[in-house]
Design a protein around this ligand. Structure first.
Ligand code: ADP
Ligand code: MG
Length: 511
């Protein structure tokens, strides 16, 4: 088949995507009871009568869920709702022991707001990112290329877990997760491709981690995403019929599921085949989707205001308080690093990619104002170390004080940059109790910057090549390299090149 023709068919259509993200909150106890939320507890041990919805029991709202929702709302520039009603969503499922879920319907805690997708990488001059070997890290943050608007964020509680693979005959149910608090974040249908969905989710995950409200782990299901997908001919205003895809356990799989659905929906449209609005499941082994249920089987949830919980009033001074205590956010840090510190977008992206790296860098620049060097060390040697050892920054052996000391001795010309990165740094991470200068001394790496001995070396170098001195005098200033080479040789490579160069030049010019 002609590839060009095939592509032009897909080019006729425009995908429309809206994402629903479930964010499991890092609270110690559940949304409406004091049951523990600990992951990995023995099945059915964190289950009280409140979680089970026994008659006569009453739920009580967990205050933290209010704070976490407001944190996320502020970070996404949402409007925060003042009077928040809980709603009861009724349906039966074996992992939903109460027979209903306490959620929000008409008054979501947050409305409006947006997530900014990062601009595509602008590689620094020379085509390659400055930080060398770490080109596989997708930089992001700041410099937004596209804004995806949010419809709402609301409170929810999780269901239990049905396990179909533990027993040959029965499905087993673990209710430990039932009642764990969630936030559901719903986007407007403004995402245009699988790749944009990937970026959107990467930003959301980064944000919830910075905000300390969710661990962002998609593999364990603490961050989950349902993708709503439709296609329409370009230029058409109305949305096409949508499908909803569930069960993707990584951000990459969300992208794959969406790309697969876009193609499938366009193929259906091209064949003029109708289909039901339906919910589909992603199969990671084949990269395809299959139907779970169609619209006719859709539930009527009979939402009504939750009679057992008072509405929650969120006052302005509460919002102000939460705002005041907000941790630093990736966008603000990105702007600070590029605008105030003069770092490249790429470096700022790498530095803000995870909160832990950003906080390490923040600490480092409290000891040194050499931002460029600080950034180079973190995005270079430090990240290489972490990649190589497959560890996180909290296991990195050097304190920010030690690293700043290393930066300082290079800055002061005591050691060369290459000696610092190739010899001292590797020795220091093995023996982090030593100071960088001590290691430099032990390894005999202190540069000769004593002008007395450098002057002596310079004299000898110049005396060795009288005819080259004459040539230099006629304007061949490039010959200084020859004399410098000689000085380096005489000093056994330990001459501070900056100072030596100065001395050699002065001597030649007055000679
Ligand atoms: P439901 O509660 O039935 O899932 P919502 O109206 O809350 O429906 O929409 C859920 C998500 O689907 C939202 O993110 C929304 O942007 C998206 N969406 C709605 N209509 C479409 C469509 N035609 N194509 C793609 N996404 C859509
Ligand atoms: Mg939905």
């Amino acid at each position: 088949m002609n590839l060009y023709l095939q592509m032009s068919v897909y080019d006729k259509y425009e995908p429309v995507i809206g994402l629903e993200v479930h964010i499991q909150l890092l609270t110690k106890s559940k949304a409406y009871s004091s049951d523990s939320t600990e992951y990995g507890s023995l099945p059915n041990t964190n289950v009280s009568v409140i979680t089970l919805g026994h008659p006569g029991t009453l739920p009580r709202a967990n205050k933290r869920t209010v704070e976490f929702a407001v944190r996320l709302g502020i970070a996404c520039n949402c409007n925060i709702t003042r009077e928040n009603q809980y709603a009861r969503k009724n349906y039966f499922y074996p992992d939903m022991p109460k027979g209903y879920q306490i959620t929000q319907d008409k008054t979501p805690i947050c409305t409006g707001g947006w997530i900014e997708l990062p601009a595509p990488l602008n590689p620094p001059k020379g085509g390659k990112p400055e930080s060398g070997a770490h080109t596989n890290i997708p930089p992001s943050g700041g410099g937004g290329a596209k804004r995806i608007n949010l419809t709402r964020i609301h409170w929810e509680e999780d269901s239990g877990k049905s396990m179909h693979d533990q027993d040959p005959e029965n499905t087993l149910i673990d209710l430990n997760r039932a009642g764990v608090p969630l936030l559901e974040m719903v986007s407007e249908p403004e995402i245009a491709s699988g790749e944009e969905a990937y970026k959107y989710l990467t930003e959301v995950r980064k944000l919830v981690r910075y905000l300390d409200i969710c661990d962002g782990n998609m593999e364990e299901g603490s961050l989950r995403c349902d993708a709503n997908i439709s296609v329409r001919l370009k230029g058409v205003k109305e949305f096409g019929k949508r499908v909803e895809v569930k069960n993707m356990n990584s951000i990459r799989n969300v992208q794959k599921a969406i790309d697969h659905e876009i193609k499938r929906l366009i193929d259906l449209a091209e064949r003029k085949e109708d289909f039901e609005q339906e919910t589909r499941s992603f199969d990671a082994t084949t990269g395809t989707t299959f139907s779970m249920r169609s619209k006719e089987q859709a539930h009527d949830y009979r939402y009504f205001p939750e009679p057992d919980l008072q509405p929650v009033l969120v006052e302005q001074n509460y919002i102000d308080e939460v705002r005041k205590n907000l941790p630093p956010l990736p966008d603000a840090l990105f702007k600070k690093y590029t605008k105030e510190f003069g770092l490249s977008d790429y470096d700022a992206g790498v530095l803000t990619d995870t909160k832990e790296i950003a906080l390490y860098f923040e600490k480092l620049v409290s000891h040194t104002s050499n931002y460029k060097q600080a950034s180079n060390w973190v995005t270079g040697s430090v990240k290489s170390y972490l990649n190589e050892k497959a560890v996180e920054i909290d296991q990195f052996p050097l304190s920010t004080e030690q690293l700043s000391e290393l930066i300082k001795i290079v800055e002061d010309g005591k050691v060369s940059h290459s000696a610092a990165s190739q010899k001292i740094f590797p020795a220091l991470v093995v023996d982090p109790k030593k100071s960088p200068i001590k290691i430099a001394e032990e390894m005999n790496l202190i540069q000769e910057s004593d002008s007395g001995s450098l002057t002596e070396f310079a004299k000898q170098a110049i005396a060795k090549y009288p005819e080259k001195v004459a040539e230099y005098k006629t304007g061949k200033v490039g010959l200084i390299g020859l004399f410098m080479g000689e000085v380096m040789k005489l000093s056994k490579g330990k001459a501070d090149p900056k100072i030596a160069n100065q001395i050699v030049k002065e001597m030649l010019d007055k000679n």
